[in-house]
Design a protein around this ligand. Structure first.
Ligand SMILES: Nc1ncnc2c1ncn2[C@@H]1O[C@H](COP(=O)(O)OP(=O)(O)OP(=O)(O)O)[C@@H](O)[C@H]1O
Length: 576
């Protein structure tokens, strides 16, 4: 039962408030029913069924005024409580979700998943928020008002009360009958919606390639297919949902016919007064509309329950486990001890097989090897983007899995090929490295990273907005900003995924100058794509198809036959 699920979700400090909000809503609807009792009294006066006097009139007027005042007071309190608890709870919930996302292995975030995630985090959570702030209380009101009116009807005449409520279970049954297909279509729509988000994300991300190959708009088949399915499912769902609701409403209103007839017979037989008959007719008008509305909301809430399920599935995705008793490394040497790793648990080819080597503290190790050899994977495992499949990665003698993730992140800086810039100022993008850094520290880091000159040349300098992704910055400028971040962070371990191939010689020189300052005294791992940049490394690890095939200095490796010497010779004598 979805309403129970919702209540279960409302735990923590907001739970009591959510329930209080519901009680206020019940109070509000009770007060809304009070004027009907007064109306009944007035009708009895008019039809001469009760003694008419000023006292009675004043009494009834007071009753209506009290009902309206109570309705207003409870209404304000209820709305306030529902909004505070609903938005408060979902605000906390969003933070929990962000925190959870930050602790998932990076393998979780494929394009399709990221699209679905955007839908879940942005839209589905918003839907659940609506449920808490508005829908649940509306349903509470939608069922309690008819309950009070039903009681009033029974008090007036029990036969009319029964006639009025007889159609309610029938309406429920009709709704249930039409629900199976509706829920199947709803589940499909939620899935298709997430798929469309993934496709859109892929489309926007690959827009340059798509345009380059003339695949823009409707020619981009996968997005078009998803949009077509979304349209078909949405139309079918609206038609199916509409049919069910209409059938249910008609069956429900048939209770009014029963009420008319039962009342008429009772009045003709002298068992019912005209005031009671008239009052029952008026009450019937207020009886069915809220039930129809509530049943419609229940259908909506069932749809919302699918959104809730997606949110719960996301929260249940397993995080990288945190140690119960975290250990602190004694130094910053890194050891790969017989590490094997598969991205896909079921896949045949491991990305790394039995990789063993040591990065001594304060030295620079270069990783070289052909494309796909596993170099980036090594760096990602040091940053614990994933956990190893077997073996262990240790820093200062401590297995990464025994180290608190905050401790690891404090120790490691990454300068990646793909520099991510946020839609913020230049200064704040550098400050990602250390959020409490002063302006002077930011400028000093930018100077050392060879960024100061181009930042100063901007009209707004360090306060210039970078724009999402930093589209107007060159590749070399982005990389140096990334070094400025790492300089500011000043972590003892630095991982550099070097892609200097895209830089012109001047930019490359500036980059290496900046990196030299960053690397001084640190334990450094450089993923090198061009061999001439690694000749001075303290150690070179040569990889091929996920294995370490050679280790040594440039001098050692060039002196003996092997992959390194082949790569070096090929580089020196490029094939014509
Ligand atoms: N996210 C991923 N999911 C599945 N397989 C992956 C993923 N990333 C890399 N791989 C695979 O793991 C292997 C090693 O890739 P890796 O990126 O570490 O190589 P690399 O040496 O850094 O390559 P390059 O020099 O081209 O960047 C390759 O076979 C690659 O296809």
């Amino acid at each position: 039962m979805i309403v129970l699920d919702v209540l279960r979700m409302a735990d923590g400090p907001h739970a009591a408030r959510v329930r209080r909000g519901m009680l206020f809503k019940i109070g509000e609807t009770f007060c809304a029913a009070v004027p009907f009792a007064a109306l009944y009294g007035a009708l009895m006066l008019v039809f001469g069924e009760a003694p008419f006097g000023m006292g009675e009139i004043l009494g009834l007027t007071g009753l209506v005024a009290a009902g309206l005042a109570g309705q207003f007071a409870f209404g304000v309190l209820g709305a306030r409580t529902a909004f505070i608890s609903g938005y408060g709870m979902m605000g906390d919930f969003r933070f929990t979700m962000m925190d959870h996302l930050s602790k998932l292995p990076l393998g979780f975030f494929t394009f399709q998943r990221t699209g679905a995630l955007t839908t879940t985090v942005a839209e589905n959570v918003k839907m659940v928020e609506e449920m808490f702030t508005k829908v649940v209380n509306e349903i509470v009101a939608g069922f309690t008002l008819p309950l009070f009116i039903g009681i009033l009807l029974v008090v007036i005449d029990w036969r009319m009360g029964l006639a009025a409520v007889a159609s309610v279970p029938l309406a429920f049954a009709v709704l249930r009958l039409t629900q199976g297909r509706f829920m199947r279509l709803s589940a499909k729509r939620v899935d298709v919606h997430a798929e469309v988000s993934g496709r859109l994300l892929e489309y926007i991300d690959g827009l340059r390639v798509i345009r380059g190959y003339g695949l823009a708009g409707a020619k981009f088949a996968s997005l078009r297919d998803s949009l077509d399915t979304q349209r078909r499912v949405s139309v079918a769902l609206e038609i199916q949902g509409g049919l069910g609701i209409m059938a249910m409403a008609v069956v429900l209103e048939m209770g009014f016919i029963a009420l008319l007839m039962v009342g008429a017979f009772a009045m003709l037989g002298g068992a019912l007064s005209p005031a009671s008959y008239l009052m029952a007719m008026v009450l019937a008008q207020k009886f069915y509309a809220p039930i129809t509305r509530s049943l419609m909301l229940l259908v909506d809430i069932k749809y919302l329950s699918l959104a809730l399920k997606r949110v719960q599935t996301l929260l249940n995705a397993p995080r990288l486990p945190e140690p119960v008793e975290p250990k602190v490394p004694s130094n910053n040497a890194i050891v790969f001890d017989a590490v094997s790793f598969r991205y896909d648990e079921a896949g045949d080819e491991p990305a790394l097989s039995e990789v063993t080597f040591t990065l001594r503290e304060g030295t620079t190790t270069a990783l070289v090897g052909p494309s796909g050899a596993g170099k980036s994977t090594v760096a990602h495992l040091i940053a614990r983007f994933h956990d190893v499949t077997s073996g262990a990665v240790r820093i200062g003698g401590v297995d990464l899995r025994d180290m608190a993730s905050d401790e690891l992140m404090r120790r490691v800086s990454m300068v990646l090929q793909d520099v991510h810039l946020f839609d913020d100022t230049v200064a704040n993008n550098i400050r990602i490295g250390r959020s409490d850094a002063s302006d002077e520290d930011v400028v000093a880091a930018a100077r050392h990273a060879q960024c100061h000159a181009f930042i100063e040349a901007l009209p707004q300098g360090y306060q210039a907005p970078i724009g999402e992704g930093g589209a107007w910055l060159s590749g070399g400028q982005k990389q140096r900003l990334s070094i400025a971040r790492a300089l500011l962070k000043d972590a003892p371990i630095v991982l550099l995924d070097e892609s200097t191939a895209s830089l012109d010689p001047e930019c490359e020189a500036a980059f290496h100058q900046a990196f030299k300052i960053l690397a001084a005294g640190k334990t450094v791992l450089v993923i090198a794509h061009r061999l001439h940049t690694v000749v001075n490394a303290d150690q070179i690890v040569v990889m091929e198809r996920g294995r370490v095939v050679q280790t040594g200095t440039h001098g050692d490796l060039i002196a003996s036959p092997g992959l390194y010497r082949t790569l070096w010779t090929d580089m020196a004598e490029p094939t014509p």
